[in-house]
Design a protein around this ligand. Structure first.
Ligand code: PEP
Ligand code: MN
Length: 269
């Protein structure tokens, strides 16, 4: 098929390793854990999350400073100033930053403070954004589109890869189906299929995948067993008070336990 080529295993057999420096990698045969709040909210919040991650041996922190909110009246993020503050605190702690870029104009201003650019599910087919990220020398994690097929995700990755940026990570975060008992339908089928079709690392986001806090741990572990190279999930000191996605966010005790379970499950795989 000429729908995608460079991201396929037919083009490159050996798995692609994403090296973020300081011994932090996302790669086949390893288990990356990325945890943090949905939104970056304050200096105090950042410090508390970092302390929790350090205690749990987690080296990658997620969080949005530019938030794609369904309602324009919801919290839209701290913006670039929030990212600068976060970077100062995270880099001092040896923690890498995974954060969403929403538009082309943000790429350059974010660059010095970002380790992995996240392309959100609402932007998976923003082809201008993908083209521009193809010119960047920094890792990009592309989330599967809200109603996107596996093939479309690979084609989005092809945009970035063919633009010259091979530092790509694929993320299954749930798709929209007729089911309303969960926020999204986490398509774990995508994990072995993506791993078979592509040399790129695949990570699973159980938080957005199911959208219900109590069920995030088991879906994370299911993702590990499905063959994921990493798990990304949301955590906050007081999930009920989070500015966004509190209903699917783990508190620090739940997060510490989950990180442990992820590692143990991975060892059994
Ligand atoms: C997020 O990671 O907080 C987010 C908005 O994710 P998605 O794009 O998968 O909805
Ligand atoms: Mn979120």
């Amino acid at each position: 098929s000429d729908e995608y080529k460079l991201v396929s295993k037919k083009w490159k057999v050996s798995p692609t390793t994403i090296d973020l420096g300081d011994g932090v990698c996302i790669k086949d045969g390893d288990m990356a854990i990325i945890a943090g709040p949905c939104s970056i909210e304050s200096e105090d919040q950042i410090k508390k999350v970092i302390a929790h991650l350090q205690e749990s041996g987690i080296r990658m922190m997620r969080g949005g400073v530019f938030k794609p909110r369904t309602s324009p009246y919801a919290f839209r993020g701290m913006g670039i100033e929030g990212l600068k503050l976060w970077h100062e605190l995270a880099s001092a702690a040896g923690i890498k930053i995974v954060t969403e870029v929403m538009q082309v104009s943000q790429i350059e201003e974010m660059y010095p403070y970002t380790d992995v650019y996240q392309v959100g599910a609402r932007n998976t087919q923003n082809f201008n954004l993908l083209d521009e990220l193809g010119k960047v020398d920094k890792a990009v994690m592309i989330k599967r589109g809200i109603s996107g097929t596996i093939e479309e995700l690979l084609q989005s990755a092809e945009y970035v890869f063919s633009g010259g940026n091979e530092k790509l990570i694929l993320c299954e975060r749930g798709i929209r189906t007729y089911e309303r008992a969960s926020r999204n339908t986490l398509d774990l089928n995508a994990v072995p299929i993506l791993k078979a079709k592509s040399h790129l690392p695949v990570i699973v986001d159980p938080s957005h995948g199911i959208g219900i806090r109590e069920y995030v741990p088991q879906m994370a572990l299911a993702g590990v067993m499905a063959g994921a190279d990493g798990i990304i999930y949301e955590t906050h000191e007081v999930p009920e008070k989070a500015y966004s996605d509190g209903q699917q966010t783990l508190d620090f005790a739940q997060s510490a336990r989950l990180a442990d379970w992820i590692r143990k499950t991975f060892e059994m795989r």
